[in-house]
Design a protein around this ligand. Structure first.
Ligand SMILES: C[S@@+](CC[C@H](N)C(=O)[O-])C[C@H]1O[C@@H](n2cnc3c(N)ncnc32)[C@H](O)[C@@H]1O
Length: 251
């Protein structure tokens, strides 16, 4: 049987009960601003008491739940076992206006034009489903991994997320959004720098994120050592990150 695309996230739930490795980053520098903060500010700013928002790939649900005070209703779709963590957190916090559903975002059961805002926070971008579910004048917001994310690390390992695929240019993204009938509010790339205090921290980080979904193969420890040696700085072991932020309104 072939593995589902979200098998990596099922493994993360089985091992750690949640997803994420941000706590292992010792320091970061954002010469073009922090893309995650920009994304959060956009999604928060679009809220309102009558608004219904869809989170595509809600993962462990922390970000989704944090939006509850800003929106009338928040719906998170997530096909992996991380859904269990999200639901447990919601129960613990006693939040009423968030709904988590175990669904594949490419084929959901929601009615046409039933969301005012749809966002994906490093999750998939199911274009046809977004077009179907978003109401006219509704907003789509996506923060996604850029093709140059952890590029020097992936080059040394000879594999990794978007290793071969050089990714979509901003021009291509702009053209596709316009063809689909969206007006573009934000379309921006961000490069930024992260630092890891020790090789153990970088090792633990790589085991918890999908830069290499198969991290831990024989030879990886040696690659990591070589990477750490050549990227050691006074702030720690450097890792170059790359994100793309999109905010577009459906005409
Ligand atoms: C990088 S994680 C981000 C999780 C969460 N948005 C966050 O910010 O922490 C990507 C998420 O997308 C989910 N995902 C993958 N394929 C999906 C699909 N077809 N439909 C919905 N979610 C999907 C994964 O299971 C995972 O939880």
């Amino acid at each position: 049987m072939t593995q589902p695309k979200w098998a990596f996230y099922n493994q993360q739930y089985a091992k750690h009960g949640q997803y994420g490795g941000a706590q292992l980053v010792a320091a970061a520098q954002y010469p073009e601003g922090n893309p995650e903060e920009h994304f959060r500010a956009i999604v928060m700013g679009l809220g309102g008491p009558q608004k219904r928002v869809l989170d595509i790939g809600s993962g462990s649900g922390g970000f989704t739940l944090s939006l509850a005070p800003q929106y009338g209703q928040v719906v998170g779709v997530e096909p992996s076992d991380l859904m269990q963590k999200a639901q447990a957190q919601q129960q613990e916090m006693g939040i009423q206006n968030v709904v988590f559903e175990r669904q594949d975002a490419f084929h959901t059961t929601f009615a046409d034009q039933s969301f005012d805002v749809i966002y994906s926070r490093r999750g998939p971008n199911p274009r046809a489903e977004v077009d179907r579910l978003l109401r006219p004048d509704g907003d789509f917001v996506h923060i996604t991994i850029g093709y140059d994310d952890a590029r020097s690390l992936k080059d040394l390992f000879g594999r990794g997320q978007m290793f071969e695929k050089r990714g979509s240019s901003l021009d291509w993204r702009r053209q596709k959004l316009l063809e689909r009938g969206y007006d573009i509010c934000v379309l921006k790339e961000y490069g930024y720098d992260e630092y890891y205090a020790t090789i153990d921290d970088l090792n633990a980080f790589l085991a918890r994120v999908p830069i290499f979904e198969d991290y831990g193969l024989s030879g990886d420890a040696d690659f990591l050592l070589r990477y750490a040696e050549s990227n050691m700085t006074p702030q720690g072991i450097w890792l170059g990150r790359h994100r793309v932020l999109v905010h577009a309104t459906k005409r």
